[in-house]
Design a protein around this ligand. Structure first.
Ligand code: FPP
Length: 247
């Protein structure tokens, strides 16, 4: 018979928290402001969340900043999102370096403006030795695109003789993903009350606990992160096996 899930006092802090930062547009609309205002406030929420994740002992924080599908939005909004990445790195990189945060950006690099590719490369290089918190920004990222890009590289390695087709299994395949050096997320949080993955970390989230919060992203911060962690800690993770309590 199923046992009660562990209480939050016993269960560990998630090592890797992934977040779909949703609801910026609705937050702005509620205030009769343009959607871009909501995104700008979303950056403030991101800054609060990076701080709070470090304090909570989370080792990996991965956030969805711009999806391969977001190119369908009006050019003005797309440009605003690119500007916010520029602004975030310009304002916060020195602090992130000082505070031991390692920055990574996952997603396709093709189609990105040259200065954005340089900003990403510089942020990754300057924080490479940091280890307190791993902040990964998914930018121009889509899970299906990531898997297709990985499959292309696998095919290239097979045709060049570097890899035997018979050696390909899940363990080998995932070394070709953008997240090669990250553990899988323990918990995947989506804000704004929507119940979708929207092409985020499809492979990596196979056993992530999904937490959907009814809070718009610009209102997110320390309290909402603590709530998400608390919900996660009450879950019983079984990875396809039997309940952890009866093991
Ligand atoms: C979803 O809200 C949010 C996004 C598409 C972008 C998330 C970006 C930020 C939080 C800004 C920080 C980004 C970086 C890269 C530093 P939505 O626009 O879909 O909201 P809606 O569903 O209410 O319309």
């Amino acid at each position: 018979m199923a046992q009660p899930a562990p209480s939050s006092a016993q269960a560990p802090t998630p090592r890797h928290v992934a977040i779909i930062m949703d609801g910026n547009g609705r937050w702005a609309r509620q205030r009769n402001r343009p959607r871009t205002f909501g995104h700008a406030e979303g950056v403030e929420a991101l800054r609060r969340t990076v701080e709070a994740a470090g304090e909570a002992g989370v080792e990996y924080l991965t956030v969805f900043g711009f999806s391969t599908e977001n190119w369908r939005r009006p050019a003005e909004e797309v440009n605003a999102l690119f500007d916010l990445l520029r602004l975030y790195v310009a304002r916060d990189l020195d602090k992130l370096v000082r505070e031991g945060v390692r920055v990574r950006v996952i997603g396709g690099r093709e189609g990105l403006q040259r200065d954005i590719a340089d900003i990403i490369g510089n942020a990754e290089a300057r924080t490479r030795e940091n280890a307190k918190l791993n902040l990964t920004i998914a930018f121009n990222y889509g899970g299906q695109d990531e898997i297709a890009r990985a499959a292309r590289r696998v095919a290239e390695d097979v045709s060049s003789g570097k890899l035997n087709a018979s050696d390909i299994d899940a363990k080998v395949f995932e070394t070709y993903l953008d997240t090669d050096d990250l553990p899988p997320p323990d918990v995947l949080v989506r804000t704004s009350g929507e119940f979708r993955l929207s092409n985020f970390m499809l492979w990596q989230s196979a056993y992530a606990e999904l937490v959907f919060l009814d809070v718009l992203w610009p209102d997110f911060g320390k309290d909402a992160l603590a709530l998400a962690i608390d919900v996660y800690r009450r879950r019983d993770r079984r990875y396809g096996g039997t309940t952890s309590e009866s093991a």
